[in-house]
Design a protein. Structure first.
Length: 212
């Protein structure tokens, strides 16, 4: 079966120029990660509800955030907010090791099934409070948040390897969220770059280190 191509804005503010990301978007069947009632919109450039007040991000935003990460095949990646599992599936096309955390147990279980359903075995999904990261697997070369935090959770920054990159939506209110790229120097210094205005569901915490 030939899958439709995901669509991007005609004049994007940030062009997606990485051919490997375009190939990843072609290889991952987005319709497998959306509820059946939204299947006809699976390849439109729009976020879609997945239940529990959560969404699957628009393909363009997935592509932009992935491009900012600069993932390579040797990278060890942490994703905070598995959601549908779609972003993790895209990352797994580019990196050998993807670790993804999800606080909502039903979404974690569904994402695991969706990933296995497309034979994506490079992703490990853990039902836990993502603000605490995944200490046993740290450090990570790349960290991505798919939900908006008021500020970068310090456990996540601590688990980022020197020389690593983190991409995160920062801000509490929809009107003030910004997509931020953070780079960690070899001396653990922090460089932040404001990328663009975004709208993401908020990061849900159950207390740092507490596993539901």
């Amino acid at each position: 079966m030939i899958r439709p191509k995901v669509t991007f804005p005609r004049s994007p503010s940030i062009p997606v120029t990485d051919s490997a990301i375009h190939e990843a978007l072609m290889n991952v069947p987005r319709h497998r990660f959306v509820p059946k009632q939204y299947a006809d919109l699976a390849y439109a450039d729009t976020a879609l509800p997945i239940g529990y007040s959560q969404t699957i991000s628009q393909p363009y935003m997935v592509a932009v955030m992935t491009q900012l990460l600069c993932v390579n095949v040797h990278a060890k990646v942490l994703e905070v907010g598995t959601g549908s599992g779609y972003q993790a599936a895209i990352l797994a096309q580019l990196a050998q090791h993807v670790f993804s955390t999800e606080l909502i147990p039903e979404l974690a279980a569904r994402a695991f099934r969706c990933l296995r359903g497309i034979d994506c075995r490079r992703v490990r999904v853990r039902h836990t409070d993502g603000s605490a990261g995944w200490p046993e697997q740290a450090p990570f070369d790349r960290i991505i948040l798919t939900c908006a935090a008021p500020a970068v959770p310090e456990p996540l920054w601590a688990q980022l390897r020197p020389g690593g990159r983190m991409v995160a939506p920062i801000g509490e209110d929809l009107g003030t969220q910004r997509l931020v790229l953070l780079c960690k120097g070899i001396d653990s210094s922090r460089i932040e770059k404001d990328i663009m205005a975004v709208q993401f569901v908020p990061l849900i915490e159950q207390g740092l280190g507490q596993q539901p």
